[in-house]
Structure formats: structure tokens, C-alpha cells
Write a protein that binds this ligand. Structure first.
Ligand SMILES: Cc1cc2nc3c(=O)[nH]c(=O)nc-3n(C[C@H](O)[C@H](O)[C@H](O)COP(=O)(O)OP(=O)(O)OC[C@H]3O[C@@H](n4cnc5c(N)ncnc54)[C@H](O)[C@@H]3O)c2cc1C
Length: 401
């Protein structure tokens, strides 16, 4: 059963990326046609310096490493996954806000209480409650507030024709040859502009320095004049695209120190996805790693069996931990590489990294291959954290096809 706090799915957010490592799994679930139909299909990323000089063209043609990436509006992709879960007969209860977690080691149960006072118990509770997770404190035993990353993103998503993109010679390049993907990079700022659905919708994302402490919601309406001020001396195409958006949001990028664990003391409450490891968007891996988490957890729980849930959850954590950390660090490296660019920079690669260890990875095959060795070491260590070091785990992950 899934408990979700919102009462209905809303058209929230904008571009979200499911990279090929997640796409491989989703295609196996029979979702390729549906996901690809709402995905952005540009085959090249054009990278410009802030004055408009073309620095590099990165080929993005699909399939890559035998799978597709699905980048599109979060609400459209999300709805497909939501309907898929329902079609499998999974009960989804909307309007259920988890307010408390518990676990009972002696009776081998864990549970959750929702806002109405109703309680649910189960063999395992999987807390996928996002970057502002309530379950996190229960699992790690202390409050771990997110910290500003030093950056924020202004972001917008809108219809191209309705907002004048198709009639302005500075912006019509986004619509006349189908889906397009462009990046402008400069000191401490980068902008990504994409058109989707055959050039019909536009999304722009402007990442910039922002040290504001975040209190309450991590996004709020952005001021268009502030965004335009950042690009006033940039390639005029940037201001032309940005100014067409009817509005934008100001999304503070938060970071957490890596958590010491994602699994509760008795091994029956686990944090997955952003609750365990929020990602910077420049890694393009937040949603993909959440999907790898879910798939891997299902396999390790199945292999450990109903009678040994803690073995399933601890083995899952060991399989996932270092890989997720490596993917998180890649997001920081990409952002720093892009923010160090000078006008006319060339001969240096600014490509979005698509390393084989990340993209060619088959999380399903890896979970089956890694399970026995790691589960055995956890049993030998008395169900404590695994004896393998982070480096050893990374090597093991990289060696698995
Ligand atoms: C409204 C929204 C818009 C987003 N827009 C974008 C975007 O435009 N681009 C992008 O790259 N990423 C976006 N993200 C983040 C992106 O969805 C995640 O990084 C990624 O999908 C990882 O997913 P997750 O399931 O771990 O977390 P999330 O997608 O954040 O999902 C967490 C879910 O848990 C629910 N929840 C939270 N607390 C409770 C509780 N106490 N009880 C019950 N349910 C609870 C939330 O309502 C939400 O549905 C957005 C997230 C949200 C919530």
C-alpha cells in the first residue's frame, strides 16, 4: 500500500530527467512507448559561452548504452508511473499525511500514523517522502536540516506559440527544427533551455549563486527582473527566451551531508530517493537513483524473504550507498566545470558527463549479482553495517555489467 499526503496529482514542477540507467528499467516494465511520447527528443546539446560563442555540440542520440532517457514534464512522466502502479493492483491512498513512524523489534513490525490518527503496520515501511522527509529523523536519530548549497535555480515552463517564442527571430530556433537543447555557461551561472513536444513547449533553468538560508518552502515565485538582470550582458538570445515566460519560480538548491544510514535501528524503516540522498539537478540523477533504489530494494527484500526483512534492507543499503554518493558528487563537478567557463573557451570539454559506470549500469542484474556476497558479510557481522569499505563497493558496482 502507498500512502501519499496530497489529495490529488497536480501539474507541479517542470523538466525532470530519467537517465538511461533508469530508462532501461522502465522499458523493461513495458513503459517505453508511453514515456517516449511525452519526452524531449533533441539529439544534440549545443553548449555556448555566455556571449553566444558555440563551445561544443554534444551528441545525445538515443538509444544510448542500449536504453532511452526520458526527459520531460515531471507531471506527465509521473502520471505514467502512477497509472502503472495502479494497473499492477497497488493500493494508493491519497490524502494520507504520515505524522509518526515506529518499529517494534520484538514483534517484527514497523508502522506509520497518519494525520487522522489511523495507524498502519507492516513488515517494512519504505519512506519515499522527499527532500523534506519526516521519516529521516526517525531513521537516523537526529534532525538533519538541509543546508543551502550556495546555489538556486530560476525555472520556467510554458507554451512556445502562446508566449511569442515562434515569432521572435531571436527565439524561433527553439521551435522550427523540433526539440532543441541549448546551454549557456558563464562565471557562476549556467542556463539550460529546451523545447519539447516537437518544439511546442519551452523550459528554461538558470542556476546562479544564492546563499539564502531556506526557511519553510524551498521554492517561491521568482522575480523576472532579477533573472533578466543576471543575463543583461549575455547573448541576447538568453534574455529573449527568458522574458517570454509568463512567470518563474525561484528554487533554492538544498544539500544534506551524506546520512550515516538509510535504515532504522531494527532494519524495518528505510529512506529511499530524495529522503535518503537529495541530488543537485546538474547530476540529472535524482529521479533515476530513486528508481534504482526502489528496484534494488524490491529484489533484496524478495531474496531475504519475509522472515528476514532486516537482512533485505541492510543488504540493499550496502549495494546502493557508494554508487549513489558517486552520482551525487558528479552533479557538483559538472556545475563547477560549467561555472568556471570564460568567453571563447575552447579545447576543454564541457559535455554533460555520461560515464559508462553510471549509464550502462543494470540495477536489476547488479542487485541479483551482488546480493549473496553482501548478505553473507552482513550476517557474519551480526547485521551491522557491512564490512566492505566504500571503495570496495564502488569497485564491485563498476565491475558488474
Ligand atoms: C511538487 C514537486 C515538484 C518537483 N518538481 C521537480 C522538477 O520540476 N524538476 C526536478 O528535477 N525535480 C522536481 N522535483 C523533485 C523530484 O521529483 C525528485 O527529486 C525525484 O523524483 C525523487 O523522487 P522522490 O520520490 O524521492 O521524492 P519526491 O518526488 O519529492 O516525492 C515525495 C513524495 O512524498 C510525499 N510526501 C512527503 N511527505 C509526506 C508525508 N509526511 N506523508 C505522506 N506523503 C508525503 C510528497 O507529497 C511527494 O509525493 C519535484 C518534487 C516535488 C514534490
Amino acid at each position: 500500500m502507498i500512502l501519499e499526503k496530497v489529495h490529488e496529482l497536480k501539474h507541479l514542477g517542470d523538466m525532470v530527467g530519467l537517465s538511461v540507467n533508469a530508462g532501461r528499467i522502465l522499458a523493461r516494465w513495458g513503459l517505453h512507448e508511453k514515456l517516449w511520447a511525452v519526452s524531449h527528443s533533441a539529439s544534440e546539446l549545443h553548449i555556448h559561452d555566455y556571449l553566444g560563442g558555440l563551445v561544443q555540440v554534444q551528441k545525445l542520440s538515443m538509444p544510448r548504452f542500449g536504453a532511452f532517457a526520458y526527459n520531460g514534464h515531471r507531471a506527465l512522466l509521473h502520471e505514467i508511473l502512477f497509472e502503472h502502479a495502479k494497473s499492477l493492483g497497488i493500493e494508493i491512498r491519497m490524502g494520507c499525511h504520515a505524522v509518526e513512524y515506529w518499529e517494534d523489534e520484538a514483534n517484527g513490525k514497523a508502522g506509520v500514523k497518519i494525520q487522522t490518527g489511523e495507524t498502519f503496520d507492516a513488515d517494512v515501511i519504505v519512506a519515499a517522502d522527499g527532500v523534506k522527509s519526516l521519516a529521516r529523523e526517525f531513521v537516523i536519530g537526529y534532525r538533519d536540516n538541509p543546508k543551502p548549497s550556495g546555489y538556486a535555480i530560476y525555472r520556467a515552463w510554458f507554451e512556445a506559440e502562446e508566449h511569442g517564442i515562434t515569432t521572435d527571430p531571436l527565439t524561433d530556433f527553439l521551435t522550427i527544427r523540433g526539440d532543441q537543447l541549448h546551454a549557456w555557461i558563464g562565471k557562476d551561472v549556467h542556463i539550460i533551455v529546451s523545447s519539447s513536444r516537437g518544439g511546442k513547449t519551452i523550459c528554461w533553468l538558470l542556476t546562479h549563486k544564492d546563499n539564502a538560508a531556506v526557511d519553510g518552502d524551498w521554492w517561491s515565485p521568482g522575480k523576472m527582473e532579477d533573472v533578466l538582470d543576471i543575463v543583461k550582458d549575455w547573448d541576447p538570445r538568453c534574455a529573449a527566451v527568458i522574458s517570454k515566460a509568463p512567470s518563474c519560480i525561484d528554487w533554492k538548491l538544498l544539500v544534506h551531508d551524506p546520512l550515516p544510514t538509510w535504515v532504522s535501528k531494527s532494519g524495518r524503516v528505510v529512506l529511499i530517493g530524495d529522503a535518503a540522498h537529495p541530488f543537485l539537478p546538474s547530476s540529472v540523477q535524482g529521479a533515476s537513483q530513486a528508481i534504482e533504489d526502489g528496484l534494488t530494494l524490491a529484489i533484496t527484500l524478495n531474496l531475504a524473504g519475509k522472515d528476514d526483512v532486516p537482512l533485505g534492507t541492510r543488504t540493499w543499503e550496502s549495494i546502493r550507498y557508494q554508487r549513489v554518493r558517486d552520482a551525487q558528487l558528479m552533479g557538483e563537478t559538472t556545475r563547477d566545470k560549467w561555472h568556471g567557463v570564460n568567453a571563447g573557451d575552447s579545447g576543454k570539454s564541457f559535455e554533460l558527463p555520461m560515464p559508462e559506470w553510471l549509464m550502462a549500469f543494470d540495477a536489476e542484474a547488479h542487485a541479483y549479482a551482488a546480493y549473496d556476497g553482501i548478505a553473507q558479510s552482513i550476517v557474519e557481522d551480526g547485521y551491522h553495517q557491512p564490512s566492505l569499505s566504500g571503495e570496495e563497493l564502488t569497485e564491485q558496482v563498476k565491475e558488474t555489467p
